[in-house]
Design a protein around this ligand. Structure first.
Ligand code: SER
Length: 319
């Protein structure tokens, strides 16, 4: 029976990934780890600083781990506030895992890349798998460098490492930690709690987004795919929904008619403008049959349903 470790299990994607893996596998098979200790009592949790090679190595040995999902990273917005530190952390956690895979301590590794690998000269509509990549954020540079390194380790040392380029991921369980697409999560909380939201992105800024169940499906699907089907050893484009802050606000207004939005952009506007609007993910479909399921309305409805329950509020979700 294989054993899995999620590194960064308290983060936005880590939280949902962990619950899904625990539905699929037995509790003994799935271990969680994070640099932050969870608030509630957590079984099969190990406190781990993923930048510390020796700690990661001893956890892998002690828990007899086969597969690792490496979800620890500093996201785009936060990385711009501390460029050197973000580069250092993002690269160190990746290199530790690659070295441990090379030495046989990890049999299969998932490492997420991002739409942030693209830049101002990348075609923005239906961005192809192979295209100009000139990221101008620290986060994007670290992800593009990471993509080159995972492919290098695969070719040179024959490790099994798999990756997708996540768009902005929307979810209700855990808040995202300092990204450019965070507005699309914050907006739901504020719509329910305050009836209004000030967006830090301008109303017409379209970005590629995805609802969490689709992001988790892509993650697990690529990890379960037969290795010989995978033709891309850097990172696969995956597409979901594209919308602007204004379009998202209108979709929320369909259920909460009183909701109001205004706009006050900050430094993240420039980051968003350097990223694609939509993604061509035909390679992921061809190689491991991936396709997103949630459209804008299904995502909005499910977000409002879950968050209104979390906040003990009654919201009518029939239109
Ligand atoms: N959601 C991420 C960010 O905004 C993109 O990978 O940084």
């Amino acid at each position: 029976m294989k054993k899995i470790l999620v590194i960064g299990s308290n983060g936005q994607i880590g939280t949902d990934l962990l619950s899904k893996l625990r539905e699929i596998y037995t509790p003994e098979q799935v271990w969680a780890s994070d640099i932050r200790v969870p608030q509630s009592d957590e079984h099969h949790f190990i406190h781990l600083d993923a930048t510390d090679y020796e700690s990661v190595k001893s956890a892998l040995i002690k828990l007899e781990i086969d597969e690792v999902y490496l979800m620890a990273a500093i996201l785009s917005g936060n990385a711009e506030k501390m460029p050197n530190k973000a580069w250092d952390i993002n690269m160190k956690v990746l290199f530790n895992a690659l070295e441990l895979a090379k030495d046989g301590f990890i049999k299969k590794l998932f490492w997420p890349s991002s739409i942030a690998v693209f830049g101002p000269h990348t075609p923005r509509i239906n961005t192809p798998q192979y295209t100009i990549m000139d990221p101008n954020t620290v986060y994007g540079i670290s992800k593009l460098a990471g993509e080159r390194w995972i492919e290098y380790y695969k070719n040179r040392y024959h490790i099994d490492v798999r990756s997708v380029r996540y768009p902005g991921v929307i979810s209700w369980k855990t808040m995202p930690g300092g990204g450019t697409t965070d507005y699309a999560v914050e907006i739901f909380h504020e719509a329910l709690l305050k009836g209004r939201y000030t967006s830090f992105l301008e109303k017409h800024t379209a970005l590629p987004m995805m609802y969490m169940p689709d992001a988790i499906d892509a993650t697990i699907r690529i990890m379960e795919a037969p290795v010989e089907k995978l033709r891309i050893h850097s990172s696969y484009n995956i597409a979901g929904i594209t919308f602007t802050p204004e379009e998202l606000a209108n979709a929320i207004k369909a259920y909460l008619p009183e909701f109001e939005i205004d706009y006050q952009t900050d430094f993240r506007q420039a980051i968003a403008e350097s990223w694609p609007e939509s993604i061509d993910d035909r390679m992921a479909f061809k190689d491991w049959h991936w396709h997103h399921k949630y459209d804008l309305d299904a995502m909005v409805k499910d977000m409002l349903d879950n968050l209104s329950q979390k906040y003990h509020m009654a919201v009518s979700l029939s239109m």
